[in-house]
Design a protein. Structure first.
Length: 318
C-alpha cells in the first residue's frame, strides 16, 4: 500500500469522524439534550414534563427567580433515575405493563377519577402520559433491584440487637421520633436556598403539604413507604439539636449541613418503649436495624453507581 493511499485513508477517517461529531452536536442542539447518562439522554422536554408534574402535584408556580434552580434539581433527579434504569437493565429486571397500569389506576383513584378521565386531565395540562408511566416503570424496576440484589445482603446479628438495646437505654432522651426529611444538595447551584425557603413558606402557609414535597423532591430518600420510629441519637447532631424545639406537626426552618439543605418535619413523638417484653422488643429492634442498614446499603450502592457512571451535563436552557 503506497504512502499516498495510507495518507488518503487517514484523511478520510478524520473527515468522517468530524462529520459525525458535527451531526451529533447539531442533533443534540435540535432536540435539546440536557444531559447524557451512559447511552441514555435527558432532554429539556423530559425536564419540562417533570416540572409540569411537580407543579400539578404541589400547586407551585415557578417564576424566573426559581425556575433555573428547579430545572437543575429536576435534572439531577432524572440523572439518578437514568442511572437506576441502566443498573436494573443490567440484571434484566423489568416491570410488567399490568403492574404499571395498576399504579397508574391507583393514582387516578386517589384523585377520584377513572383512568380515562385522569388521562384526559393530564393531557389537558400538557403532561405526556408516556413520560409519567415511564417514571412509574423506572421506580418499580429500582424497587425490584433493591429487593433482589441488595436486601439479601442485609444481616442483623444478635450482638447488634443487644448493643442497640444497651445504647438505647443509655443514650435515649426518653422519646422516639417519627421524622420526615427532604434533602436539597447544593451541587454548585447557589439558588437552592431560595427554592428551599419558598417551599418552606408554602408549607407553613398551608398551600403545600409536606407529603407533596417528599413526592416531588425526595427522590431516593426513602427505601420504604413505612415510616420508622427513631431515637434522637439516630440523627446527625444538627437535626438532634432542633428536634427538642419542635412540636408534633412542626416543620423546622431550613438548615444547611455541609453542602446540603434539609427540610425536617416532626410527624409524631412518643415515650420510648424500653420496658416491653424481651421478645417483642428484640423484634422491634431487629426491624429498625434492618431498615436502617438496608437504607445505608442502598445509599452506598447508589453512590458507587453515580461515581462509576458516565454523566455529561449540558448547559441548561430556560
Amino acid at each position: 500500500m503506497g504512502k499516498c493511499e495510507i495518507m488518503f485513508k487517514k484523511i478520510f477517517f478524520i473527515v468522517v469522524y468530524l462529520y459525525f461529531t458535527m451531526v451529533t452536536s447539531v442533533l443534540s442542539d435540535e432536540i435539546g439534550v440536557s444531559a447524557i447518562v451512559g447511552n441514555e439522554v435527558i432532554t429539556n422536554y423530559d425536564i419540562d414534563q417533570r416540572i409540569k408534574i411537580i407543579s400539578l402535584t404541589s400547586g407551585m408556580v415557578f417564576n424566573q427567580n426559581t425556575v433555573g434552580t428547579v430545572r437543575n434539581q429536576v435534572r439531577e433527579l432524572l440523572i439518578i433515575e437514568k442511572i437506576q434504569y441502566l443498573e436494573s437493565q443490567k440484571y434484566n429486571l423489568s416491570t410488567s405493563n399490568e403492574e404499571i397500569e395498576k399504579i397508574f389506576n391507583s393514582v387516578a383513584k386517589d384523585n377520584n377519577m377513572s383512568e380515562q378521565d385522569f388521562e384526559k386531565f393530564l393531557t389537558n395540562r400538557g403532561i405526556d402520559i408516556g413520560s409519567l408511566k415511564s417514571q412509574i416503570k423506572n421506580s418499580l424496576n429500582w424497587q425490584n433491584l433493591i429487593l433482589h440484589k441488595i436486601r439479601p445482603l442485609v444481616y442483623i446479628s444478635d450482638y447488634e440487637i443487644a448493643s442497640y438495646f444497651e445504647s438505647s437505654e443509655q443514650g435515649s432522651d426518653g422519646y422516639e421520633y417519627l421524622v420526615e426529611i427532604v434533602t436539597f444538595p447544593i451541587a454548585n447551584n447557589k439558588n437552592v436556598k431560595k427554592l428551599v425557603n419558598k417551599i418552606y413558606d408554602k408549607v407553613q402557609k398551608g398551600e403545600l403539604s409536606f407529603s407533596a414535597v417528599i413526592k416531588d423532591f425526595g427522590k431516593n430518600t426513602n427505601v420504604t413507604e413505612k415510616k420508622l420510629w427513631k431515637y434522637k441519637k439516630d440523627f446527625v447532631e444538627d437535626i438532634q439539636n432542633i428536634l427538642s424545639n419542635l412540636e408534633i406537626g412542626d416543620i423546622a426552618t431550613p438548615i444547611k449541613i455541609e453542602e446540603t439543605y434539609y427540610l425536617v418535619n416532626l410527624v409524631n413523638k412518643r415515650p420510648a418503649l424500653l420496658n416491653v417484653t424481651d421478645e417483642d422488643y428484640k423484634d422491634k429492634i431487629y426491624k429498625k436495624l434492618f431498615i436502617q442498614k438496608l437504607e445505608k446499603k442502598v445509599q452506598n450502592y447508589l453512590k458507587v453507581l453515580r461515581k462509576n457512571s458516565f454523566v455529561e451535563r449540558k448547559d441548561i436552557s430556560y
